[in-house]
Design a protein. Structure first.
Length: 419
């Protein structure tokens, strides 16, 4: 059997192509069953995110063409619409690939942590669909273990490398835990959506989304069990916010010093952490002069991001070394599967020999023969029978000058240190 990884990602295909090969979660079970109906595919898992769609399979041969054909047909696409954007890896390269993906080394944002959770979901869906067997089960469990090791032993995920992640990371420096705090997010674009996702993952107590268009605010807030308000309502609700993060396309500031002063009085001067990601700025610069306000601009975040990027690049080199070692460890296990049948046969043969010798000894005891003599005869007979075949083959190898077989026998039977 061959392990095969086939995929399309943000490096090989534009979003117009990637969105055509996405697998919706509710359709994964059906897709996996259809994929397994191919006789060449024994096990399968599908990873599908906004940045990548990948198949991980245990297949009869290392030929990826049947998988490309299948993914094209499944999505009703022409083969030429898909094939030029795909990549495939087999065996050792496939193992290395999934370890790099799970560790965030192949992500759009180096070291981002979300991908590991997405791989765990892919494994769960495949396992529930009955598509996971011995090889993929071991591969995914090994992947989870290695990704955890890299997160623990390197700084790959400890520093922010995106504006949204940097903003949330800084908020945790002000408020150690977010589970008792409220965040007011101003705007409803892609950056604010990513901020909301990071805050939700960090356990924020409540999210309020303020936007010029109430419908857009509601659409975003509903994803995170939050509350939507209009910009006109914002001054009255500002007092509730421990964290304020703003990113709109407004050409003029939408949050002034007076509104923040009023909110601070109502909060009895409990601190407010503010991040203004917008250019032009959404929050008046004078707000930063107020006591109990921690105001950061996008330029402040870029300094944090650059430090994080350098730190993660150094950590990525450490992670690559860990992955190289762990790939070899997994491949060793994979190669050991080749010995299973031989070991099982050898053990079965030895057990048959043992049982025959034991039965002979039992007959001798039943006939009244001295037990001590029977035990010695049993040991001698069993030893001779067990070493007979290896001895015959070693003698033949010596006669034929097959030193390779004699060397293998010495290693196999651990004879090098024996007289």
């Amino acid at each position: 059997m061959t392990l095969l990884a086939l995929g399309i990602n943000h490096k090989t295909a534009p979003v117009e192509i990637r969105e055509k090969v996405v697998f919706a979660p509710e359709k994964l079970s059906t897709a996996l069953r259809e994929l397994l109906s191919n006789q060449a595919v024994n096990e399968a898992a599908i990873l599908s995110t906004c940045n990548r769609t990948e198949l991980y399979c245990s297949v009869a041969t290392g030929n990826s063409d049947p998988l490309i054909d299948w993914i094209s047909r499944y999505h009703s696409l022409e083969l030429n619409d898909v094939a030029p954007y795909t990549y495939s890896y087999s065996d050792q390269a496939a193992v290395q690939h999934i370890l790099r993906v799970a560790s965030g080394l192949d992500s759009l944002v180096l070291g981002e942590p979300q991908i590991l959770g997405q791989i765990k979901d892919a494994y769960t869906w495949a396992n529930d669909a009955g598509a996971i067997g011995q090889q993929l089960n071991r591969l995914f469990q090994h992947t989870f273990s290695v990704a955890k090791q890299i997160r623990t032993d390197t700084a790959i995920g400890s520093n922010p490398v995106s504006v949204a992640f940097a903003a949330v990371t800084l908020s945790k420096q002000i408020f150690t835990s977010l589970d008792q705090h409220t965040a007011l997010l101003i705007g409803a674009g892609e950056t604010i959506e990513l901020v909301a996702r990071h805050l939700s993952e960090q356990g924020i107590k409540k999210i309020i989304v303020a936007n010029r268009t109430a419908e857009r605010a509601q659409l975003l807030a509903s994803q995170f069990n939050g509350e939507a308000i209009t910009l006109a309502e914002m001054p009255d609700r500002l007092k509730e916010a421990d964290i304020v993060i703003s990113s709109t396309a407004s050409q003029l500031p939408i949050l002034g010093k007076g509104a923040v002063e009023s909110a601070l009085k109502q909060r009895k001067h409990r601190p407010i952490f503010m991040v203004d990601i917008a250019v032009p700025r959404d929050i008046e610069a004078e707000v930063g002069t107020l006591n109990d306000v921690y105001l950061y601009t996008v330029d402040d975040l870029h300094e944090v991001i650059e430090e994080g990027r350098k730190s993660r690049e150094a950590a990525a080199e450490e992670a690559e070394e860990i992955i190289d070692n762990q790939v070899e460890h997994f491949m060793g296990w994979l190669r050991s599967l080749d010995s299973v049948d031989a070991i099982r046969s050898y053990r079965s043969q030895a057990e048959l020999t043992r049982d025959a010798c034991v039965k002979q000894a039992e007959r001798q005891l039943a006939a009244g023969k001295d037990p001590e003599a029977v035990m010695k005869e049993l040991a001698r007979t069993l030893t001779n029978k067990l070493i007979h075949e290896p001895t015959v083959h070693m003698n033949r190898a010596a006669f034929e000058g097959r030193k390779d077989i004699l060397d293998a026998a010495e290693e196999l039977f651990n004879l090098k240190d024996n007289d």
